[in-house]
Design a protein around this ligand. Structure first.
Ligand code: ADP
Ligand code: MG
Length: 211
């Protein structure tokens, strides 16, 4: 039985999609069977980052409406690494969210880890994702605007009884001497840092062409 992990933030543009893709690649390299789910219905982009935008014919909406489409909707990215795209046209408000949750829970039998790349904001999408996951990775920039949204997202996680979350500080300036991570952790009411990822211009280049 696989574990479902949500990659969340509240704020857009902080690195959820990048973290989902990179963590998925790392876990699959380590030999785990991994499924990456684009949870951004209506605004999907994980397919672009993974370099498979042209290969998508069916998506999670087709597979949740009719399980016969599940294999067609799942795109293989690399050994042990698969991808389930979101619908580009239908939004979370438009889809059968119970059916989607049933689909993802069914896929737990096939994978060790299912990572769900969450949308920005607080709405039906994040609520459905939090119903599915057992823990969350909360991605934030080390900036107050981002932290406030991260703190709110942690609150929303707790309202869904998710108490296991790891904070990922992304795009940390390499010469970030002024950043006081202890103050920032206090705002998030978190006890420890899950990871710190430096700002790196190469990330933009690699995620542009799916490497
Ligand atoms: P989100 O999914 O939270 O909206 P993305 O993962 O799409 O955010 O990242 C937003 C932008 O920031 C992308 O252009 C991505 O390439 C870039 N980015 C992400 N992480 C880093 C980083 N550590 N250093 C530099 N650029 C980054
Ligand atoms: Mg994204």
């Amino acid at each position: 039985m696989g574990e479902i992990i949500g990659v969340v933030s509240g704020k857009g543009g902080v690195g959820k999609t990048t973290v989902t893709a990179c963590l998925g690649a790392a876990l699959s390299h380590a030999g785990h069977r991994v499924l990456l789910c684009d949870g951004d219905f209506g605004l999907r982009d994980l397919d672009l980052v993974l370099g498979v935008a042209d290969e998508i014919i069916y998506d999670a909406l087709d597979a949740s409406e009719d399980k016969e489409y599940t294999d067609d909707a799942i795109v293989s990215i690399a050994e042990n690494l698969d991808f389930l795209p979101a619908s580009q046209s239908a939004r979370w408000e438009d889809i059968g969210r119970k059916k989607y949750k049933k689909l993802v829970r069914r896929l737990c039998d096939v994978y060790d880890y299912i990572l769900i790349d969450a949308p920005a904001g607080i709405g039906k999408g994040i609520e459905s994702i939090l119903d599915l996951v057992s823990r969350c990775i909360v991605v934030t920039h080390p900036l107050w605007v981002s932290l406030r949204n991260g703190a709110r997202m942690i609150q929303v996680c707790q309202e869904h009884n998710i108490r296991d979350f790891a904070i990922v500080f992304n795009a940390v300036p390499v010469d970030g001497e002024d950043i006081d991570l202890y103050d920032m952790l206090e705002v998030l009411r978190a006890e420890y840092v899950g990871a710190m990822i430096p700002y790196d211009e190469d990330i933009l280049t690699y995620t542009q062409d799916g490497h």
